[in-house]
Write a protein that binds this ligand. Sequence first.
Ligand SMILES: C[S@@+](CC[C@H](N)C(=O)[O-])C[C@H]1O[C@@H](n2cnc3c(N)ncnc32)[C@H](O)[C@@H]1O
Length: 232
Amino acid sequence: MTDWFAGAVAEHYDEDTTHLPVDLVVDALVELARGGAALELAIGTGRIALPLAQRGLPVSGIELSPDMIAQLRRKPGGSEIPVELGDMATTRVDGSFALVYLIRNTILNLTTQDAQVACFANAAADLEPGGCFVVEVVVPNTRPLEVFDLSDTHVGVDEYDADTQRLVSHHFRLRDGSWERLSVPFRAASPGELDLMARLAGMQLRERWSDWTREPFTAASASHVSVWEKPR
Ligand SMILES: C[S@@+](CC[C@H](N)C(=O)[O-])C[C@H]1O[C@@H](n2cnc3c(N)ncnc32)[C@H](O)[C@@H]1O
């Protein structure tokens, strides 16, 4: 499995994501965890896990990229978060959790349906009864090519094949005066397909918002935050 976040990507990850919400995400996750322990699949540099831990929740993680974990370890509190190095579709961790979460479209980094189904099963296995699995992800666009970002320092273009649901996100970034390209493969999945994966894993949909403001999900929503519950 390719580590797309190695090297310079890990090094620049935090500065490249300063525009993303943190407090809104952490507030929602704190409520959903109800004082219990949380597990972040694809914990990355701890962008969300660290502020969540600062709110008093025990937080653990699974992460594929050693360089992303190294960034987490450099931060205050970063060495206290238990992290298993491995694939979130198959890696098991000790303990059981009130909340398992997987955000920033990372479910789509699993590029086969089998791997996404396995990831839902793995999340369900880590949950205590009544616990919930939270996924934040875009609603796939259906156009073969779409520019999703256009600024002076970054251009993002999605290339989508409706036949295979294969999506490639091309990032062109201006760094130190020269343009760098990174093209990362994904597998797009609709909210309905993710609901089915949750059902296969024995979970049911509890809530679906359009984003972390917790506005209701509608036909016009470009993304969703979905909360599936493991029955008691
Ligand atoms: C977009 S970043 C999100 C990081 C963090 N969750 C956040 O919100 O900032 C995606 C992360 O997923 C990790 N990742 C990708 N595929 C993975 C897999 N199969 N298992 C575990 N981690 C994975 C990457 O290494 C990277 O750290």
